[in-house]
Design a protein around this ligand. Sequence first.
Ligand SMILES: [Zn+2]
Length: 346
Amino acid sequence: MRRIWWTWDLRIRWAWGFSADARSFIDNYRAAVDAAARYGVEGIVIWGFLRDSHGGVDAARRVADYAHERGVLVLPGVGIDTYGGVYYDGQSPWSLDCWLREHPDAVARKPDGSPFTFRWPATDKTERMVGCPSHEPLMAFYRESIDWLIETFRLRGLQIEQGDVGLCWCDRCRARKRTPCPKRCQITERVCLEDMATRLPPLIARVLERDPQATVLVENYCGLLKSQTDVIGPFLAGFPRRTWHCWQAYDAPGLFDIDESSRSPGARGCLAIRTNNDIFGGELDDRANITRALALAAGAGLEMTYIYGEYPDAWPTTRANYETWSAAAVAARPTAPTPDLTGERA
Ligand SMILES: [Zn+2]
């Protein structure tokens, strides 16, 4: 199975400083890139790839170049309607916040009609605005933003998502049918499958038309239990078949959203192993759950996995988790047939 590390810039601890400035951001991600080969990690998802506070375009380019020269993919997190667009935080024409401030009719609304904002991760003191998923002109902004991202950095992929922060309650959105994402935890009320199925496929197709071999991950916020895939499956029909759909294995310490009957509803799938990081209480010896999850993923036909890569492998518990995860991914052989995508345009 292909292996990916998933990170937030402000939570990463491979070097000092939580990416508070350019030096810390660059040192953190260079150290992670250097360590990647030890675990067969092909790429690193970076949410908060672009922030003015840690050096903006220049520092991001230095990280992307360093990784590229060592054969490691940098996969920036791209938020559609949430999470900053391609430029997470700063004064940039590619910042979603900047664009929304100039186009107030495109700002998502809370139930009381006030502008919808949020903060994440918890250590980030800055506030993000949310775009209305019914606002069609915003899509042109996303297309141009993604073009700029690809043309500005040496990238071979990205992670994209429509977000999990909540629904827009403007008149346009209230009038639409909205199906919540079928996951057990509370987050389900905050994800709308119609929004995901409408907004993401044309943007992903655009990336894959430019680079058919690009690695494009989609965060689905969904598990792989049959009751869940029966609901989300029809919403995946419009996605390019080369899309890597991410399925959440469990929330530590082990409430599983995958079992022996699980089958990937997409042509390509990635098991998201969300454990051993700040959200789940810090370092956690989770080897048993990791091993079980990857065996189930192989049965479901998944060919990729990601795990949080925010903690350094100088920490013994974290290192043991990485080693177990890597070995289990090597041992995992998908039992479902691998789809032939060679003739597919995007
Ligand atoms: Zn709306």
